[in-house]
Design a protein around this ligand. Structure first.
Ligand SMILES: Cc1cc2nc3c(=O)[nH]c(=O)nc-3n(C[C@H](O)[C@H](O)[C@H](O)COP(=O)(O)OP(=O)(O)OC[C@H]3O[C@@H](n4cnc5c(N)ncnc54)[C@H](O)[C@@H]3O)c2cc1C
Ligand SMILES: Cc1cc2nc3c(=O)[nH]c(=O)nc-3n(C[C@H](O)[C@H](O)[C@H](O)COP(=O)(O)O)c2cc1C
Length: 751
């Protein structure tokens, strides 16, 4: 087989090695524009796990690579005059040039032809090969020449960074954060041999310009860095090597192969350097491609198999890298606001790859220190002393809102049951909510409960507008208070234009076949094209709906609820005022956010005025509509600030469901970044919800300060005892109700 690799970086050289090794009769050539000993860049970094893959793929180069390594376990975080250290991370650094030397030598030993100083500007001369490997890096010429087939997408980061070296041998992987008159500077530094380290400096575009670095030569940059980090460098020099300021391009391609041409390494995909995975991904691509070619005789089948195997792994790394890139773009959000331990924990868990649980395995002491600090804060916040040794996991610390103290940070999310009779909840709701309260959550929030008959989503929705409703809810509240340690909140709402529809399982958001009732909304816009057109609310409607909310709040007090949550989310009546997509009014209730928020805040104020001062109020919001021109995260921050001024105690941060053509980006914890944004920008406590299902994620979110409470919906449908089971798994003792005392002598064995 004739193979040409265009590009002699780690991807191209490693693929050449693996192919020649698999079959010495292959004719393998690597074409490279640089000379053999041209260097650019300084060090590369690999995790211990990556090295195991290399050992299996080619023991010879692996042995040489490991001989050239600087290995470290620690991550040092320099923050506000302190150095926080976390250990157990198992990484190795080596010089990029050394890596290329090893790979080039191995190529030559195996009989690969290396053609240096050969610029490829057209692919035609190489198409006589059976396989053309585009390993020509981030600015791939081959990719550009066939852009219509590969369909590349390049997403440019906002930050500016420069890749430098230093003679200072950092003893750990080091993150430094330093402010000067121009802004906040982030450093990613690691040693790659006995006497040298990579030193990447990153900052915002504004700080970069303010510091005059947009017009700086390489020497100016070096002088600037040596001045700013004089103390940390302790007399050592900064080294340049094509050290130009850049923005990070995240490269993605719709396809990775076309005919006999295949993209690998940076040509196919990039992942932000802060998770240190570019060279690893490039070499793992080579392993997968060589493997696919070995098991398929037909090149095109092999290329399809290679892409099918690698794409999910690469996309997962790119998702983690994107979270990390965003963290470094927005470090100002955390810097100076978070205490050192929480800042460090937040940094270490930024990409969601490392959780509270895996960090415990790597560095149990560090996590125990974080947990102790977290428990102390919870003690201060609730006026309690937490003496437990070891400290409780963050999820099992108390949290207080006004006079309500929750025993832990797990919340059962509001979930419509579509099982009420003319608004009256019954035994289903008693068992549903009662068992979730017994299940150990600190707070149970009822389903969306409507303040009037016409305010229901469906004929089977719960209500709080008739005396029977009060009695039925009182029975449930009494059960929760008598038999569990949970507190219970009532979610109050009016369905607005999303009302008069069927039960979830009979057709979500679909209008009733018969028995419809008239709808009202901020503007006369139907939800679906075939939905009923709502009437635009008049001032009289507003007065009536406000009075309905006030009546429901008084009934909730009588029923004994501990907390009220007003529903400003998911496109229902109050939400319809907030989004510019559903509110096109030209009076004082439409227009800018302050005007659109006027009526929802009026309802909030009216309810707050009658709801007992000692009991808290939450508001659930949709932090983004996930739709062009809609309500977005900046609006959510502004709204949360208004809510805080109006006496709201906590926001429950959800998203979407405002318009049917939304384009949400689902994924694990996909709404948590909005909670974190609001919490840090406004100082208002938050609940986060959405695709949270493990206690590792709950503990991570809390310890990192991304929310004060974690809300789980479907996880609680699946397992009403979710909190109890999480306690068991963590070895944390959560007392059972007396009726279940016998469980003390029972050891669960789920498998
Ligand atoms: C600031 C920064 C820090 C990084 N830190 C790390 C890190 O710590 N660890 C890590 O693993 N990765 C890191 N990377 C990423 C890493 O450099 C790349 O991901 C990795 O080198 C990709 O390997 P590759 O073989 O695909 O591409 P490259 O290494 O870019 O190799 C491509 C080769 O193709 C050649 N070439 C390009 N075009 C042509 C042409 N038309 N004709 C002939 N030859 C051509 C180039 O000269 C080059 O030698 C970092 C990147 C940056 C920008
Ligand atoms: C069956 C069901 C009913 C729901 N009903 C409500 C509701 O009444 N009020 C509300 O604010 N959200 C409601 N939601 C949304 C959830 O509270 C939650 O925000 C969403 O399911 C995401 O959380 P999860 O990923 O943990 O399921 C409902 C979700 C489900 C699955």
């Amino acid at each position: 087989m004739k193979i040409v690799s265009i590009g002699g970086g780690p991807a191209g050289l490693y693929l050449a090695i693996l192919m020649k090794k698999a079959d010495p009769t292959h004719d393998v050539t690597v074409v490279e524009r640089n000379r053999a000993d041209d260097t650019f860049g300084f060090g590369v970094v690999f995790s211990d796990a990556t090295l195991e893959n290399f050992a299996e793929a080619d023991a010879e180069s692996h042995a040489e690579i490991t001989r050239a390594f600087a290995h470290w376990d620690d991550i040092d975080i320099h923050y506000q005059g302190q150095v926080l250290t976390s250990t157990g991370h198992g990484f190795s650094g080596m010089s990029r040039q050394r890596l290329l030397d090893i790979l080039q030598r191995r190529c030559l030993d195996l009989g690969v032809t290396l053609r240096f100083q050969t610029e490829v500007s057209s692919i035609e001369p190489y198409l006589d090969a059976d396989l053309v490997v585009a390993a020509d890096g981030v600015n791939s010429t081959v990719r550009a020449l066939s852009a219509e087939h590969f369909r590349p997408e390049i997403d440019w980061g906002w930050s500016r960074f420069v890749w430098l070296g230093t003679t200072f041998p950092f003893s750990a992987f080091t993150f430094m954060f330093k402010s000067d008159a121009h802004g906040l500077w982030r450093v990613h530094a690691y040693r790659y041999n006995d006497s040298h380290s990579t030193f990447i400096l990153e900052t915002t575009e504004d700080s970069w310009r303010l510091a005059g670095l947009d017009a700086a030569s390489e020497d100016d940059t070096v002088a600037f860095v040596e001045r700013l980090f004089a103390r940390e460098l302790n007399g050592h020099r900064i080294l340049k090597n094509r050290s130009l300021w850049r923005s990070f391009p995240t490269v993605r391609n719709a396809r990775w192969h076309h005919g006999q041409v295949v993209l690998i390494g940076d040509a196919a995909h990039t992942a932000h350097f802060s998770i240190g995975s570019g060279t690893k991904l490039a070499m793992e691509d080579a392993i997968a491609l060589a493997g696919a070619l070995a098991s398929h005789h037909d090149v095109s089948a092999a290329l399809a198999a290679y892409e099918a195997e690698r794409r999910p792994q690469v996309e997962s790394t790119q998702r983690a890298a994107q979270m990390s890139l965003a963290w470094f773009e927005q470090t100002e959000r955390y810097h100076g606001r978070l205490e050192p331990l929480q800042f460090a924990f937040n940094l270490l868990t930024r990409s969601l790859r490392i959780t509270h649980e895996n960090l415990k395995v790597r560095d149990g002491k560090f996590v125990e220190t974080v947990d102790r600090w977290f428990a102390e804060q919870a003690g201060l916040q609730t006026g309690t002393t937490i003496l437990a040794q070891p400290p409780p996991p963050p999820m099992f610390t108390p949290f207080r809102l006004r006079d309500m103290t929750l025993v832990n940070r797990v919340v059962v999310s509001p979930m419509c049951q579509y099982s009420a009779e003319d608004g009256t909840v019954d035994d289903w709701h008693l068992v549903h909510l009662g068992s979730r309260a017994l299940g150990g959550a600190g707070l149970v929030i009822t389903e969306m409960t409507d303040v009037s008959r016409d305010g229901r989503i469906s004929p089977a929705c719960a209500g709080m507008y008739r005396p029977e409703h009060l009695m039925a809810w009182r029975r449930i509240v009494a059960f929760v208070h008598r038999h569990s340690g949970a507190r219970i909140g009532l979610q109050l709402a009016h369905a607005g234009r999303k009302g008069s529809t069927r039960r979830l399982w009979e057709g979500e958001d679909q209008p009733l076949a018969e028995g419809n009732w008239p709808l009202i909304s901020a503007s006369p816009l139907p939800y679906l094209p075939h939905s009923q057109v709502p009437r635009q609310m008049t001032r009289q409607d507003m007065d009536e709906v406000r009075a309905d909310f006030v009546r429901a709040a008084r009934m909730a007090e009588d029923a004994g609820f501990d907390m009220l949550e007003l529903h400003f989310a998911h496109g229902y009546l109050l939400a319809s005022f907030l989004s510019p997509l559903t509110n096109v009014r030209t009076d004082e209730y439409g227009g800018g956010l302050a005007s659109r928020a006027r009526y929802p805040l009026e309802v909030f104020d009216a309810v707050r005025a009658v709801w007992p001062a000692g009991r808290p109020m939450s508001v659930r919001i949709s932090a983004t509509d996930w739709a062009e021109g809609g309500f977005g995260p900046a609006d959510a921050v502004a709204l949360a600030a208004m809510l805080k001024d109006h006496g709201c105690d906590i926001v429950n941060v959800s998203s979407g469901q405002t318009v049917p053509d939304q384009k949400p980006r689902y994924g694990r914890l996909y709404q948590t970044p909005f909670s974190e944004l609001i919490r840090h920008e406004t100082g208002l406590p938050t609940m986060t919800v959405g695709a949270i299902s493990t206690f590792a994620d709950v503990n991570s979110i809390l310890a990192a300060g991304r929310a004060d409470l974690c809300v789980l919906a479907r996880a609680h449908l699946y397992d009403p005892y979710w909190t109890r089971h999480a306690a068991f798994e963590q070895g944390y003792e959560l007392p059972w109700p007396d009726q279940y005392t016998s469980l003390k002598t029972f050891t669960p064995r789920p498998r």
